[in-house]
Design a binder for this molecule. Structure first.
Ligand code: COI
Length: 362
């Protein structure tokens, strides 16, 4: 790995034959400067207190072995604000642990939201594409209203995502090998003992290179229906992406995995018969009709597939309900395969984006 220490960086713009564009140079120099001021800089393969910046195009990763696991990257974005105030100044920091009071709102009362979106390396030419970041920003705003938190504006959210992607661009997999999964978090970071909104909020964005979500890769998955616990209840928080919606799923997920299933499919909490979603993604069944989909519809569906940012589009091979296994079309002619290709072609810049869904950065 080629690397240049800070003092060289601030004098030179051409390091080891790689010329940094002025914009990138300024961003990175600012990051390193901030770190020095705050005294949080860590030596990386060099003397204590000396910050090294890799100028390699790619991080040292076996891109063929990517799964959906955390790989620590270089930088994260942080922005803080007080209750009843607005977010104003964010900055990039070296990726690392953050300090929280033991009584932080997020730790004690799960006052937090997360988002997920992906950045791809463009297939044809330089630059990177992110997919509909404004929609993630808007969803975070809706969630923050439900969770009584201030939220970054759409512009602040998108800016933070772009900064995080560019600062970690050497971790964006080569085209066709995966993507950089970007994880924005909004949390009540201020201390609070009685149940109330926290006094301070932290918006943080980190990123990690990922491949396929399920260990099956692109192979069809096998689901099992769970009708004893629920993802969403009337009046609850199922409609927003609060962090507390996810860990209650773990028990059912672990039990299903022990029995060899890929994931769990949940039913609605009121009638216990309409399909809601899987642990980590949405569910679609192909039948031409627009209405609530009940478990009975699964008996004669042509095709079933899951969708989500992390999962993309995953064909479902079978769903097991009350011990009965239903099988679906996952062949080359399956709609899910066409959808997967159309979507990822747009996300990677292979197909024309006629809807204006992608945002180009470089
Ligand atoms: C998503 O893809 O929307 C997710 O929330 C995935 C996450 C549970 C890993």
């Amino acid at each position: 790995m080629r690397a240049a220490p800070l003092h060289q960086l601030s004098q030179k713009r051409d390091i080891g034959g790689v010329t940094l564009k002025l914009k990138q140079f300024e961003t990175l120099a600012a990051v390193l400067h901030t770190e020095f001021q705050k005294g949080v800089a860590r030596a990386k393969g060099g003397r204590q207190g000396e910050v090294y910046l890799s100028v390699d195009e790619y991080a040292d990763v076996d891109w063929d072995k990517l799964g959906f696991r955390l790989m620590e990257t270089d930088y994260m974005y942080i922005m803080k604000c007080c209750q009843d105030d607005e977010f104003s100044h964010g900055h990039l920091n070296r990726y690392g642990n953050i300090e929280l009071s033991p009584s932080a709102g997020v730790l004690n009362y799960a006052q937090g939201l997360f988002e997920g979106l992906k950045a791809y390396r463009k297939v044809n030419g330089n630059g990177f594409l992110i997919f509909r970041p404004e929609e993630n920003a808007r969803r975070m705003q809706i969630g923050s209203d439900r969770m009584c938190m201030p939220s970054p504006s759409v512009e602040q959210f998108v800016h933070a995502v772009k900064q995080t992607v560019l600062a970690n661009k050497r971790w964006i997999p080569p085209p066709g090998k995966g993507s950089l999964y970007v994880r924005p978090l909004l949390m009540g970071s201020g201390p609070i003992l009685g149940l109330a909104p926290a006094s301070e909020y932290t918006f943080l964005v980190y990123a990690a290179p990922v491949g396929n979500y399920f260990k099956e890769g692109l192979a069809p998955i096998n689901l099992v229906i769970q009708d004893e616990s629920y993802r969403a209840t009337p009046g609850g928080t199922g409609a927003v992406k609060t962090i507390a919606n996810y860990s209650p799923v773990l028990k059912a997920q672990m039990q299903a995995k022990k029995k060899g299933f890929t994931d769990v499919l949940f039913l609605d909490a009121v009638d216990n018969k309409y399909l809601e979603e899987a642990s980590s993604c949405n569910i679609f069944i192909r039948k031409v009709d627009e209405r609530l989909v009940s478990v009975e519809d699964l008996t004669d569906a042509d095709e079933v597939f899951c969708t989500g940012t992390a999962v993309v589009v995953a064909p479902v091979n079978s769903i097991t309900y009350k011990g009965q296994r239903y099988k679906y079309n996952c062949g080359e002619d399956a709609v899910s395969r066409k959808l997967y290709k159309s979507l990822t072609d747009i996300q990677m810049g292979i197909a024309e984006d006629k809807k204006g869904w992608t945002v180009e950065i470089d």
